[in-house]
Design a protein around this ligand. Structure first.
Ligand SMILES: *Cc1c(COP(=O)(O)O)cnc(C)c1O
Length: 366
């Protein structure tokens, strides 16, 4: 039995009739950019996250870029973030001309280590951008408290965490503004690229919406140079079909991870750690071993999907070499990167499939 890391085909087949009909409706309407489906999705996501506004855009990376631009962050400014994330987090900061400043992570959750944030603040710092890594919220109360004390903005990179909670509130509503991605493999994915911004702030929402649509609010009149970053109607229609199933899928991810937690408890693998402050949505089930590469090879040979997250921390990426972070500068992230990898824990994975994954791990001597 071969088991993928993520089974997107099964998710499509589960909702095939509804999805095909939603796509067919958009095709017949011939309204492909913006329109009622996109507005409906914005309303639904704002309601889901508990924010006043949601602004759809082209992808999660653009969502971060649009937010930074809307906050007036640019050349000479610094944004504090984590090195243990996808490149997009730092890319967006670099694209507005600002400098990402990396703070090390917690060794167990892999989220930013809040106790180290304050020391990274300089006179150039404008914002803190925590990432809710692998579907668990960063510790937002102390982050917001530090930001308030220093007059900084807080931007959630919530791309992996739609549906996750912190102190009873959903990711996307935990700071000034948040970015989500609808990349197909995310917990709520479309059939291409897509993203959305959530905020309670009228000005941020309006500025993001304007920037995403060529810097215009009145068609063909432009008072700023914007970009083209819009969600198309087909993606919105697909997401509207999927959104009502998101909580169940996230619950299925949690159920699958509970099975692994139990079956792998007596192994030498480092298992995910969940904080008491909220509900994890397990975008990825990440385990840890000094023998990662050998174990991953064994899993692949047994037909089990796996991947390393993240093989290189951002501060050590060639593209960010000019920032000058030496080897050993962020030791916790650097120690995690060669050891962490994902196991299949997608919604709908069966106990039988999980048993195969566990058997392959035990065979590899974990
Ligand atoms: C996926 C992801 C992004 C970027 O989203 P795209 O839609 O692929 O542009 C940004 N940050 C994190 C943490 C992500 O996982």
């Amino acid at each position: 039995m071969s088991i993928p890391l993520l089974d997107l085909k099964a998710q499509y087949l589960e909702l095939k009739d509804e999805l095909d009909s939603a796509v067919g409706d958009v095709m017949s309407s011939a309204g492909f950019i913006g329109g009622p489906r996109v507005r409906e999705l914005e309303t639904a996501i704002a309601e889901y996250c508990g924010t006043k506004h949601a602004v759809a855009c082209g992808n999660g990376t653009d969502a971060l870029f649009l937010i930074l631009h809307a906050l007036g962050i640019g050349k000479g400014d610094e944004v504090i973030t984590t090195p243990f994330t996808f490149i997009a987090t730092a890319e967006a900061i670099a694209h507005v001309g600002a400098t990402p400043v990396f703070v090390d992570i917690e060794p167990d959750t892999y989220n930013v280590d809040v106790s180290q944030v304050e020391a990274a603040i300089t006179e150039h710092t404008r914002a803190i951008m925590p990432v809710h890594i692998f579907g668990q919220c960063a510790d937002m109360d102390p982050i917001n408290e530090i930001a308030k004390r220093h007059g900084l903005r807080v931007i959630e990179d919530a791309c992996q965490a739609i549906g996750a909670t912190y102190e009873g509130k959903r990711a996307g509503s935990l700071a000034d503004v948040a970015a989500f991605s609808f990349f197909p493999s995310k917990n709520l994915g479309c059939a291409g690229d897509g993203g959305i911004i959530t905020t309670d702030d009228d000005e941020i929402a309006a500025a993001c919406r304007k920037m995403a649509n060529h810097g215009t609010t009145v068609k063909y009149y432009h008072d700023t140079i914007g970009v083209n970053s819009r969600l198309d109607a087909l993606q919105a229609a697909i997401l509207l079909v999927k959104l009502p199933h998101l909580n169940r899928w996230n619950a299925e991810r949690r159920a699958a991870t509970a099975v692994y937690d139990e079956l792998l408890a007596d192994t030498s693998l480092g298992l995910p750690v969940t904080r008491e402050y909220g509900e994890h949505v397990y975008h990825l089930y990440i385990v840890r071993s000094p023998e990662r590469d050998r174990i991953m090879d064994a899993l692949k040979a047994a037909g089990v999907g796996t991947a390393a997250y993240y093989p290189v921390p951002l501060h050590r990426q060639e593209a960010l070499g000019h920032l000058g972070y030496a080897e050993g500068s962020l030791p916790v992230a650097e120690a995690a990167c060669p050891q962490t990898f994902a196991l299949p824990a997608f919604p709908g994975i069966t106990r039988e499939q999980q048993d195969v994954v566990v058997a392959a791990l035990l065979e590899a001597g974990v």
